[in-house]
Write a protein of this length. Structure first.
Ligand code: SF4
Length: 147
């Protein structure tokens, strides 16, 4: 059993109302039990929603209350992102899952690159908040490209 970012399997939960369908990851659903999660929706955010980035630190800093998640319009959605990460973790733990495939570059799901917080499409080394929380809790995380 594996936890997967819902948008990778064609669920329209992406900030703009679309998805990030990856046919190879979607096919996994035919081969093994897959639990789909969208941490941002689990955190209570609506779809479509304003895009958000981690500002002023890392995902770990966000979890420790030292950095924020802001939308492009400047709204603080830190609490929603943290809530969604813990909800996704709870679901993953409930099914005793120890690995996850999470969408690259997302401030929630990103596993090795994320946007730099300036909303200028610039990527930096970093990890999303859900991916960070999963790692802290011993869940192995992969991006759709590394799996
Ligand atoms: S939070 Fe994760 S699952 Fe939800 S749309 Fe963003 S990348 Fe996909």
């Amino acid at each position: 059993m594996i936890t997967v970012s819902a948008c990778l399997c064609g669920i329209n939960c992406k900030y703009n109302g679309g998805n990030n369908l990856n046919p190879r990851i979607r096919k996994l659903m035919e081969e093994e039990e897959v639990i789909l999660v969208c941490p941002e929706e689990l955190g209570g955010l609506k779809t479509p929603r304003c895009p958000a980035e981690i500002v002023g630190g890392s995902a770990q800093d966000v979890l420790e209350g030292k950095a924020q998640v802001l939308t492009k319009e400047g709204d603080d959605v830190t609490r929603d992102f943290i809530k969604g990460a813990y909800e996704a973790l709870e679901i993953t733990k409930k099914y005793k899952i120890n690995k996850a495939i999470l969408k690259s570059k997302s401030p929630s799901c990103g596993t090795n690159k994320i946007y730099d917080g300036t909303f200028t499409d610039k990527l930096i080394d970093g990890i999303g908040i859900t991916a960070e929380l999963f790692k802290i809790n011993g869940i192995e995380v992969f991006s759709e490209d590394d799996y």
